[in-house]
Design a protein around this ligand. Sequence first.
Ligand SMILES: [Zn+2]
Length: 269
Amino acid sequence: MEKIMSITIWVLLFILGSCIYSFLNVIIYRAPKKMNFIKGRSICPACGHTLKAWDLVPVLSYMALRGKCRYCKEKIGIRDTLIEIAGGIIAVICAWHFQDAPIEGVVVFAFISILMVVTWTDIDTMEIPDGCHIAIAVLAVISFIISAAILHGANEYTVTGVKLASRIIGMLCISMPMLIMALALPGAFGGGDIKLMMAGGLFLGWKLTVVAAVLALLTGGLWGILLLITKKKGRKEHFAFGPFLCAGMALAIFFGEALVGWYMGFLQF
Ligand SMILES: [Zn+2]
């Protein structure tokens, strides 16, 4: 019985995560078009037919409809469904990783959710809306208030345990070098990337922000080389760097402490 209960909880968490990310898909689609994402029914982008509730069930509707619009039979892209599945998995990972600190888990889930919107909006439009930076900054303030209100053995590697000084250094330690590089080499980074690292640094504190930047440079650099080799993009063209910054920040939360420990150990030999 206990086992069934615990399986049920994980399944419910997965469903909750995928429902929240289903709503994020609406924001990703509508925000760049300046559409209201609270009001207004969802429509099929191909035929304009208003979609019913049973067309919008995360993951399941896509499977039941075999990836086609019920009304015009136009193919529906699989991206939204993959984002919903990712939402379910991220909810489960956050709950599992932060079993002993559930508030931390909720804050991290909220942060990664904003990063998901940043990632896909940047890929779609090559821009990051200011609303995302503001949302991350607000979350940083909330997590700072939480850490002041409750002490749960949090350290510099937990996002609710980051001290104020570390947050302020974090806000500047990566964004300022990026700003200088952007001024020296026009087009090196977009303003959105710089603001993202300011807000992200305020949230993560300086240690995780540095880890995030290193991970972003490594993965983004590899991606850039891959694009050059496969000749998908020329040397002068740009690709969205925001997704790599987002991936770096998300990975830093889960692996930052271990990576720093590994690197420090590596230096001693
Ligand atoms: Zn349709």
